[in-house]
Design a protein around this ligand. Structure first.
Ligand SMILES: NC(=O)C1=CN([C@@H]2O[C@H](COP(=O)(O)OP(=O)(O)OC[C@H]3O[C@@H](n4cnc5c(N)ncnc54)[C@H](OP(=O)(O)O)[C@@H]3O)[C@@H](O)[C@H]2O)C=CC1
Ligand SMILES: N[C@@H](CCC(=O)N[C@@H](CSC=O)C(=O)NCC(=O)O)C(=O)O
Ligand SMILES: [Zn+2]
Ligand SMILES: [Zn+2]
Length: 381
């Protein structure tokens, strides 16, 4: 047993002191886990656009100072009283969508959202209302129940899942958000049918993962729509059949017109993976009359709203959305890790950049450039 058990650990973390400012590498204190909590040594974390979104100050739930990060994998260092689902030494992935298996949501069979700790998670505190992080005598907030931009973090026991130890943690971390989100959206939320026409707006980690899910489901036409021409190659690499750049259409033709023309009347399924509300509208309106479904995945900034003519819905198009791809983390994430280990799920291909935790601001800059799909941070350095 590690000699840190029951003690406060001092380690490096990237602290967001205020919105819109670079992160600051600090020595922070991570308190021991309380009942039904788990302290994890984070080995690797991905950097997701949602971290940048909250850091920007556009997230209505964003609060500071905070330890961001929600795409992390590591090893259980210690557990609090009553924890039975993981043990010290387990290789784990942190879950921003927890799964208590007891609440109304978890028992509904209709959603992967869990209601048990959502209120405290949204306030940046542990379920008992307090923080496990301190820096310079001040409490730091938690983020999305995970806070993976730290060498150690504390999460609720329902916010963590043990996975196969043979799976490398610099890959499993990406199953903590981006890949699972897109892949799950295609497979669970849309349940794309064999032979269907699919359009995916935005070819980042999430959109390319939708492509991967649509391929797995046997979609016939998989059209990727992206304003960035470098994404064409990426789209085909993941199995898209077509690529459209909406900025390169002939004068007078909209992306909706173009997709309707390419699919004999409209797509069976569309996905927004951009977070742009104008794109969300186009994605809905590019759906086939009578049955087309549009899935909102992108996160839009505070104050943004979606709109369309109600006639679009009256005539049978369906607008829906999902978090974490509709995946129940504790029940289903080990299956995805298994698919990865069996060579059935691409993960390595998403990693375009590697940095150390101490270089995290460079990773944020890189993420905003068009050639980054995912940057993975080594938290030991
Ligand atoms: N619901 C959920 O559970 C989750 C949601 N998200 C959200 O999903 C979204 C996508 O994340 P991620 O894949 O990491 O993001 P990326 O920024 O990597 O990918 C988005 C892509 O969309 C392109 N794009 C931007 N504007 C348009 C447009 N008008 N039309 C077509 N393409 C466009 C971007 O081009 P360019 O490179 O030029 O900017 C980029 O290639 C984000 O909003 C993120 O916050 C992420 C994870 C989970
Ligand atoms: N806090 C934001 C909403 C952010 C959001 O929608 N987060 C997604 C995951 S995005 C991951 O990269 C999510 O899980 N949503 C469900 C939830 O319960 O938060 C806001 O208030 O707009
Ligand atoms: Zn994310
Ligand atoms: Zn629950």
């Amino acid at each position: 047993m590690a000699d840190t058990v029951g003690k406060t650990i001092t380690c490096k973390a990237a602290v967001a002191w205020e919105a819109g400012k670079p992160l600051s590498i600090e020595d922070i204190e991570v308190l021991p886990p309380r009942a039904h909590e788990v302290r994890i040594q984070i080995k690797y974390t991905g950097v997701c656009h949602t971290d940048a979104y909250t850091l920007s100050g556009k997230d209505p739930e964003g609060a500071f100072p905070v330890v961001l990060g929600h795409e992390g994998a590591g090893i259980v260092e210690s557990i609090g009283e009553g924890v039975t689902s993981v043990k010290v030494g387990d290789h784990v992935v942190a879950l921003y969508t927890p799964e208590c298996k007891e609440c109304k949501f978890c028992k509904s069979g209709k959603t992967n959202l869990c209601g048990k700790i959502r209120a405290t998670q949204g306030k940046g505190v542990m379920p008992d209302g307090t923080s496990r992080f301190k820096c310079k005598g001040q409490d730091l907030l938690h983020f999305m129940g995970t806070s993976t931009f730290s060498q150690y973090t504390v999460v609720a026991d329902i916010s963590v899942v043990a996975v196969q130890p043979e799976a490398p943690m610099d890959r499993t971390c990406l199953l903590g958000c981006g890949i699972t989100t897109g892949y799950g959206a295609a497979r669970n939320t849309a349940n794309v049918e064999k032979g269907s026409n699919v359009a995916i707006f935005g070819a980042g980690c999430v959109g390319l993962s939708v492509v991967q899910g649509a391929v797995e489901q046997g979609a016939a036409k998989i059209i990727v729509v992206d304003v960035n021409p470098t994404k064409e190659e990426w789209a085909f690499k993941f199995g898209a059949t077509d690529f459209v750049n909406p900025t390169k259409l002939p004068e007078g033709q909209t992306i909706v017109d173009k997709l309707i023309e390419m699919t004999d009347g409209g797509c069976d399924y569309t996905f927004d993976c951009t977070g742009n509300v104008g794109v969300m509208r186009a994605a809905l309106e590019a759906c086939h009359k009578g049955w087309g479904q549009s899935i909102v995945i992108g996160v839009a900034a505070a104050g943004q709203e979606i709109s369309t003519r109600p006639f679009q819905l009256v005539t049978g198009r369906v607008w829906k959305g999902c978090a974490f791809g509709g995946v129940k983390g504790r029940s289903q994430l080990p299956n995805l890790v298994g698919d990865y280990l069996a060579g059935k799920l691409k993960v390595d291909e998403f990693i375009t950049h590697r940095k150390n935790l101490t270089e995290i601001n460079e990773a944020f800059d890189i993420m905003k450039q068009g050639d980054c799909i995912r940057a993975v941070l080594d938290c030991s350095k």
